[in-house]
Structures are given as structure tokens and as C-alpha cells.
Design a protein around this ligand. Structure first.
Ligand SMILES: CC(C)(COP(=O)(O)OP(=O)(O)OC[C@H]1O[C@@H](n2cnc3c(N)ncnc32)[C@H](O)[C@@H]1OP(=O)(O)O)[C@@H](O)C(=O)NCCC(=O)NCCS
Length: 189
């Protein structure tokens, strides 16, 4: 299953499930966000091929969702403009819950790729994994992510004060969730 979307700069981008050949591009995007140092509570980039491939193998084994945005004219790994993962809850009794994470390459932000990645991932997590509710968290300072999540209908369900300590300061974590059926009712295909 894949979708071709037109982003705000008029270019076309392919939205589809991850392939093994996308692994390096996905981790390059992750490592870029870690270098930026203000968006994720992770301190060290992931460089080892073993770690990258273990993540991919586990994703496939657990049937978790990872959607990628592909620039059709760029070569791997630079063709991966962003990714959205919906992973399973760690609890046996919460298989109806998906945990969402999303990253878009810095040069391609604010042109709608994040929105399309999340939209596709939510729909696929219901269709393939019968997920009912999506949860996520972000730093309270992450205004771009918060704007997007609220626009898509995520509700704030709590704030964990000073949940992270990075670069000599604390960050509050905001917890959000979205019922997929509510989303689909408001956003018919
Ligand atoms: C958060 C992220 C995934 C969003 O992806 P994206 O492709 O930039 O998202 P979109 O272009 O679909 O939407 C961004 C929206 O934020 C808005 N925005 C940008 N900066 C903003 C700001 N400072 N305050 C409020 N809104 C802002 C844009 O105008 C756009 O809204 P609109 O479509 O209503 O005009 C991406 O920016 C990213 O990877 N950021 C770094 C990593 C990150 O924060 N990941 C999430 C951690 S939980």
C-alpha cells in the first residue's frame, strides 16, 4: 500500500511502508534530530549497522508500523525525507494502543510531510494492527510538533514536569492521545 501526495512546495512525495533499503536513510534522519539536541530525549546517535538492522528486524517481527516519505528523484539514503513509527505498547493488556514517533528531515519541514506521514500511519495501524488509540509525547517547547498534533485532533492528557535533563536544563514532557475512530470520523479518506 502506498500513496503519492503533493506537498506545499508543489513536489510529489511517495508515502509507503519501510523497506530494508530505507534503513540508513531513516537512521540518518534520527541522528540529525539527535544532533539538533532539542527535540528528543536521546543523547547519542546510532551509528552501528548491527543496531540499525536489529531495530528493523524487531519492527518486522512485531508487525509494527513504520511509514516513510520518499523523494522520487533522490538517491538513497537522502531520498528518505521523514518517517513515522507506530510501535506496540510494552504491556500485554494494551495491544489496542499504538505509540507514535515522527521525524522529518530539517530541510523538508513545514511543507506538510509530517501531517501525511502521521495520517497514513494512523490509518495503517488500525487496518493492519487493529489499533484503537494512539499515544505520544513531546517536549512542551516543541511548538511545531504541538501545533501539528493538536491540528490532527490529539488531546493533552498530562504533563510530566522536569521529566528530562539535557544540556544543563530540564524539559517538561507533554502526553497526548487520539482515538482512531474519532480521527476517521472527522477525516474521511
Ligand atoms: C515535528 C515534525 C515531525 C513535523 O513535521 P513537518 O513535516 O514539519 O510537519 P507539517 O509541515 O505537516 O506541519 C507543521 C506545522 O507546524 C507549523 N509550525 C511550524 N513552526 C511552528 C511554531 N514555531 N509554532 C507553531 N506552529 C508551527 C507549520 O506552519 C505547520 O502547520 P500548518 O500546516 O497548519 O501551517 C518535524 O518538524 C520534525 O521532525 N521536527 C523535529 C523532530 C521532532 O520534533 N519530532 C517529534 C518529536 S515528538
Amino acid at each position: 500500500m502506498k500513496k503519492i501526495i503533493e506537498i506545499k512546495n508543489g513536489e510529489q512525495v511517495i508515502i509507503r511502508h519501510i523497506d530494508e533499503s530505507d534503513i540508513d536513510g531513516v537512521w540518518d534522519n534520527f541522528n540529525e534530530v539527535i544532533d539538533e539536541g532539542i527535540y528528543l530525549p536521546v543523547l547519542f546517535p546510532v551509528k552501528s549497522q548491527y543496531e540499525k538492522h536489529s531495530w528493523f528486524n524487531s519492527l518486522k517481527k512485531e508487525n509494527e508500523i513504520c511509514i516513510v516519505a520518499i523523494h522520487p528523484e533522490k538517491k538513497a539514503p537522502k531520498n528518505i525525507l521523514g518517517q513515522c513509527e507506530i510501535s506496540n505498547s510494552e504491556w500485554d493488556a494494551a495491544i489496542h494502543i499504538g505509540k507514535l514517533g515522527v521525524i522529518v528531515k530539517s530541510d523538508f519541514r513545514d511543507i506538510g510531510i509530517g501531517y501525511h506521514l502521521i495520517d497514513f500511519a494512523i490509518r495503517e495501524s488500525k487496518r493492519l494492527n487493529k489499533k484503537e488509540k494512539i499515544t505520544l509525547s513531546t517536549f512542551t517547547e516543541n511548538q511545531r510538533a504541538l501545533h501539528l498534533y493538536k491540528k490532527m485532533g490529539f488531546n493533552t492528557v498530562g504533563i510530566r514536569k522536569k521529566q528530562f535533563f539535557m544540556n544543563s536544563r530540564y524539559y517538561d514532557e507533554i502526553l497526548m492521545e487520539l482515538w482512531i475512530n474519532d480521527y476517521l470520523e472527522k477525516n474521511s479518506d
